[in-house]
Design a protein around this ligand. Sequence first.
Ligand code: NAD
Ligand code: MLT
Length: 319
Amino acid sequence: MTTATKTINVFIADPLSEDGIFPLRQEQDLDLNIIVDTGLAPEELIAKIADVDVLLVRSQTTVTREVIEAAKNLKLIGRAGVGVDNIDLTAATEHGIIVVNAPDGNTNSAAEHTIAMMTSLARHIPQAFNTLKNGKWDRKSYVGVELKNKTLGVLGFGRIGVEVAYRAKGQRMNVMAYDPFLTDERAKELGVTKSTVEEICATADFITVHTPLLPETRNLINKEKFAMMKDGVRIINCARGGIINEDDLYDAIVEGKVAGAALDVFVSEPATDHKLLTLPQVIATPHLGASTIEAQESVAVDVSNDIIKFYKTGTVTNP
Ligand code: NAD
Ligand code: MLT
């Protein structure tokens, strides 16, 4: 455990809530030197990281092996959010660096965003708004579908998937869920139908993914899965780019199998020049699932408190 007399360099590489890092700023027992330096290119981060003890990131910064190897003093990487797919965990482990995340702080915001995207998709709200802003009162092109009595398939039934299901049931949707850890009892308790991926593909009117991006979940929805789906299915991804194969999604929309897709995340971000964005059936947001005042404060408070806990006790809450 590091003593309080040593200066601890905390490098914040992505924009974090100022209220959220308040625990770090007001910490009296530790000598924390807080450096906020965001938007760096990889080589700029590498050049600045040699004396850093704690690196704090959101999702913009990719913490590669090169970054980790250049960070000779690094002890802890804090991820203000859930997904740690932007951090090379193997390299961190090899170098004895602890990685902490904030698993709960943005659950509600991500679930609300998913429901907002699903509703917008069903009712063409972004497209209709865009048309109206351009001076056209077009009521014919934007006839939507109701959510009530439709079936939502949720792939990945963890924190966010469950919260999405609660809200979808409030819209009187039928909910099917797949998660390798979902038990019959839990499914019954939550009022969802425990299903396989294939059953969801064959039955659902809307499919939303809420798994982490892992080797097993990359391309979870691909050409083969689209072929199993009902014509006119609608797809939502507010989890990670890559869980749904983007080329296969593009083809499925162009072929008319998929009626529309709502995407918050892309394989490569920022994704301003993406072929999926050229399709009128696609609505999108720039990775805004966790972008609320509440979630950003919450995740930053959680990682800040974990940093303090680590230096005071040698343990963390969310390794
Ligand atoms: P979580 O860990 O609570 O839930 C993930 C679930 O996925 C777990 O229950 C796990 O068992 C399940 N899972 C793992 N492998 C699976 C597989 N092969 N098939 C089906 N299910 C599988 O995580 P969460 O808080 O619900 O977040 C889920 C993901 O959403 C995060 O990993 C992150 O990438 C993403 N996310 C995105 C935003 C955003 O801003 N768009 C915000 C928060 C989280
Ligand atoms: C997450 O994994 O928590 C999300 O990507 C949200 C974010 O950090 O922007």
